[in-house]
Design a protein around this ligand. Structure first.
Ligand code: GLV
Length: 323
């Protein structure tokens, strides 16, 4: 008998899986604790997991029958891919379907920070709105401002398209320069990281978390940014050093930040970041639209089924397993 483990309720029809296997769905709102995963994994042929599950080398080794790991997310820094590859286990993810939703949230945060929308809401609700004031809650213009995109992958490109509509100058940086035709279509200019930091009015992060990008933004980077600059992070929390971010916002080294991801997640209620007026925080909802989550679930299920049947995963992170 084939056994599947799904580490949370997805709110989607599982009949295509139930036709193939017994399906164990973790029913709590909180993710299964690591010890529970350790207990269950030896009996599991296919795992459908989320970014909140730590799928490390020890767990992958314990999964003696594991044929496929299917993550319902585009990012997969929670999974030890090398360990899965070493065991010949394909890992699936859900790229593409969440690009626009994540770019939309990035844009919403960027505009909210630029125009101080969350502060304005707090101001109004707390009864401080007395009159129209020439200098009340002044923010920044988008038109003509420079946007710096860190990582011009699918989501970075979708953000660039939005920035074109807002008449911004667009810079980008990354490990590789993009194709000139793409640069031209998006109206973007490749610059090194230092120049992006020094000249951008808004900086938005769209790079995966890896050892190279861990704390890519720390004190030195904030020192290079303009005092009027705004940082947006909808990628992964650990790309930004949270203590350095606190110092930069508290000392007005930069004007504001808006983040959908924190390190750790969820943010501790004791974090001093929560006291800052010039920081907006949302609870990792980049892909959280009804349609997008349905597409992600369908894609994760398709990857899982392919893996169980020994077919190539439609969206595979480690195609080396097929070499
Ligand atoms: C969400 O953060 C994802 O990686 O899909």
């Amino acid at each position: 008998m084939t056994h599947l483990l799904i580490t949370r309720q997805l709110g989607t029809d599982l009949s295509s899986l139930e036709a193939l296997a017994t399906v164990d769905v973790w029913a709590d709102r909180q993710p299964p604790p690591y010890e529970i995963l350790q207990q269950k994994i030896p009996h599991v042929d296919g795992l459908l997991c989320l970014l909140t599950d730590r799928i490390d080398q020890a767990l992958i080794h314990t999964g003696r029958s594991l044929k496929v790991i299917s993550q319902m997310a585009v990012g997969y820094d929670n999974i030890d891919i090398a360990a899965a590859t070493a065991r010949g286990i394909p890992v699936g993810h859900t790229p593409g379907v969440l690009t626009n939703a994540t770019a939309d949230l990035t844009w919403a945060l960027l505009m909210a920070a630029a125009r101080r929308i969350v502060e304005g809401d707090r101001f109004t609700r707390s009864g401080q709105w007395q009159t129209w004031e020439p200098n009340l809650l002044l923010g920044a213009d988008m038109a003509g401002a420079t946007l710096g995109i860190v990582g011009l992958g699918r989501i970075g490109q979708a953000v660039a398209r939005r920035a074109q509509g807002f008449e911004m100058q667009i810079l980008y940086t990354g490990r590789h320069r993009g194709d000139p035709a793409l640069e031209q279509a998006l109206g973007v200019e490749f610059v090194d990281f230092d120049r992006l930091l020094a000249t951008s009015d808004f900086i938005t992060i769209h790079t995966p978390l890896s050892p190279e990008t861990h704390h890519l933004f720390s004190d030195r980077q904030f020192e290079q940014m303009q005092s009027t600059a705004v940082l947006i992070n909808t990628a992964r929390g650990a790309i930004v050093d949270p203590e350095a971010l606190y110092r930069a916002l508290q000392n007005h080294q930069i004007a504001a930040a808006a983040i959908d991801v924190t390190d750790p997640e969820p943010i501790s209620m004791a974090s001093p970041l929560l006291e800052l007026e010039n920081l907006i925080i949302t609870p990792h909802i980049g892909s959280a639209s009804v349609q997008t989550r349905q597409k992600m679930a369908a894609m994760a299920i398709a990857n899982l089924i392919a893996g169980l049947k020994g077919e190539r995963l439609p969206y595979c992170v480690n195609p080396e397993v097929y070499a």
